[in-house]
Write a protein that binds this ligand. Structure first.
Ligand code: GAP
Length: 512
């Protein structure tokens, strides 16, 4: 199965098993908006708990807040979003399809990178153990040509974006002979800027002055509460404020399922620091955030840093943590050194003094900020796409399994009476009553035990607990493990401790 086909199967699986539904589906859906079902919401909540715990519990100097989606419209002028939160748009005149010009160019670069990866694979097969990838990339003529082209196009694009040179962006598309994926033609319009913020009206009068925006990032809610938190929490620099909440962007290219949505959720942390220390903190937060990801056990090789060529309007250093999604390495999290851009501008626009008095150096300054910002939905997609497997078993049967890291799994254990009689359901219910206060569990007595195992595999339940006739005599149950399908006989009273060891978020946090 190609990665493309696998992705389609995953999307269908998410719907079939109650993880993610297209929004407003009975009205034919709403583009790039999705709802989380009964399994999806559990997975999403567990991801949020893992992040929140890692930020606010493991750092005594990081506290959380929950600010509103609606904010004073001046905030978005101060932050630069009214003037500069734009995407460069281009239309194909034949297909009438609209694209982000930078995404078209990035896709072109990704194709060249793919070509190089294929050459490397061929080389590896040809030269075996003696293969030196770095040397191969530097000497193979095709790879050298592709690498030069990649570097040249990257530089041209970064320069054009930094200079807001829309004509040059179009010219790159023409020079690279990029064709519309739908019509196959190169019949392009000019490139135009398009602001991504949704606006609405506050109150009943539709006047310009009443226009407010749905926040495109949660970060500004943190900046405008900086003084409140610093004073009431008696926080000393360096300290951080964390927040989880919805953000909204009128994305032009809203594809790839929950990767790019118009309504999504962010987990952001602003770390307030002394000016001049930002690059050290930037490096520390890069390390810290990568460790948080790798700690989940989804393979260190599936993450990489990508330093930005084009810096956002507020940053003096920026990197992405990219994840190996089914459609290639793409941004999962952003880490930005935002300088004093935001606090400085809020000071200017609000007329309120936003300064920190440093008792050690006896000076006042506007703090600098290093931000970590991750999309909850992208994290859900990373976990689901990495976990989804179609396996052929030794007996030739197939099973679909989601090997979700156990602390994130929606359901931790399923309690299954072997048959619906002889007192087994009653004992199974007692086990449910024992476990339900600590773990999200499911009781299931319908269909054969094999079918019930498959249903639990498909939603990623780490443990199936089967109650059989022997259980009535010996007080033990059979525990079947999701990933290995091996089974153990375990005393009923030992179940909570055994499950706890594998699924508790505290255990995961302790490994950080
Ligand atoms: N406050 C900084 C900020 O918002 P960003 O790189 O624009 O930075 C941060 O966004 C993260 O939010 C991204 O790394 C991504 O995970 C997530 N994100 C951004 N736009 C998104 C969208 N349209 N759909 C889903 N997630 C999105």
């Amino acid at each position: 199965m190609t990665q493309d086909e696998l992705f389609k199967v995953l999307v269908a699986h998410c719907k079939e098993y109650g993880f993610i539904f297209p929004s407003s589906e009975i009205y034919d859906g709403l583009a790039a908006v999705y709802d989380y079902g009964q399994m999806g919401v559990e997975l999403k909540n567990n991801i949020k708990k893992y992040w929140w715990g890692a930020m606010t519990r493991l750092h005594e100097n990081i506290v959380g807040i929950d600010s509103c989606i609606f904010m004073h419209p001046k905030i978005w002028e101060a932050s630069g979003h009214v003037g500069a939160f734009n995407d460069p748009l281009i239309d194909n005149k034949d297909s009438k399809k609209r694209y982000r010009a930078d995404v078209l160019i990035e896709d072109y670069i990704a194709k060249l990178e793919e070509k190089n990866a294929k050459e490397v694979e061929k080389g590896r097969k040809k030269f075996g153990d003696a293969f030196d990838e770095e040397k191969f990339l530097q000497t193979n003529p095709n790879c050298v040509r592709n690498s030069e082209k990649i570097a040249q196009v990257r530089k041209r694009m970064a320069d054009a974006l930094n200079a807001n040179d829309l004509k040059e962006l179009r010219q790159i598309i023409i020079d690279c002979e990029i064709a519309c994926p739908i019509s196959g033609t190169k019949n392009w319009t000019e490139v135009r800027q398009f602001n991504l913020m949704f606006s609405t009206q506050l109150g009943s009068v539709g006047e310009e002055a009443n226009t407010i925006y749905l926040r495109p990032e949660t970060a500004q809610g943190i900046f405008v509460n900086y003084l409140n938190v610093q004073k009431t929490g008696r926080m000393k620099i360096p300290f951080g404020i964390a927040q989880i909440g919805k953000a909204f962007r009128n994305e032009i290219v809203a594809r790839q399922f929950i990767f790019r949505m118009r309504e999504f959720e962010q987990m952001e942390m602003q770390f307030f620091i002394k000016p001049g220390t930002e690059l050290d903190w930037f490096a520390q937060w890069k390390k810290n955030r990568m460790a948080w990801h790798v700690n989940l056990g989804m393979g260190a090789e599936n993450y990489r840093f990508h330093d930005h060529d084009k810096l956002a309007h507020y940053a003096n250093a920026a990197t992405d943590i990219e994840f190996n999604f089914p459609f290639g390495f793409k941004e999962l999290e952003g880490i930005h050194s935002r300088t004093d851009f935001d606090l400085g501008n809020h000071q200017k626009f609000s007329g309120k003094k936003i300064q920190y008095f440093d008792p050690e150096s006896n000076e006042s300054y506007t703090p600098y900020v290093v931000e970590t910002s991750i999309g909850v939905d992208r994290m859900v997609l990373a976990v689901l796409s990495h976990s989804f497997k179609e396996e052929t078993l030794e007996n030739g049967e197939t099973r679909v399994v989601l090997s979700i890291p156990a602390p994130l799994a929606p359901v931790k254990a399923a309690v299954l009476p072997l048959v619906k009689k002889d007192g087994l359901p009653e004992l199974a219910q007692k086990i449910m009553d024992m476990l339900k206060f600590d773990f999200n569990c499911q009781y299931d007595e319908k269909d054969s035990i094999g079918k019930r195992y498959r249903r639990q595999d498909a939603i990623g339940t780490p443990f199936c607990i089967t109650v059989d006739h022997d259980s009535l005599e010996d007080g033990c149950v059979t525990v079947r493990y999701r990933d290995t399908m091996t089974q153990d006989r375990i005393k009923i009273e030992d179940l909570p401790a055994m499950i706890h060891r594998e699924v508790d978020l505290g255990v995961l946090l302790r490994k950080l």
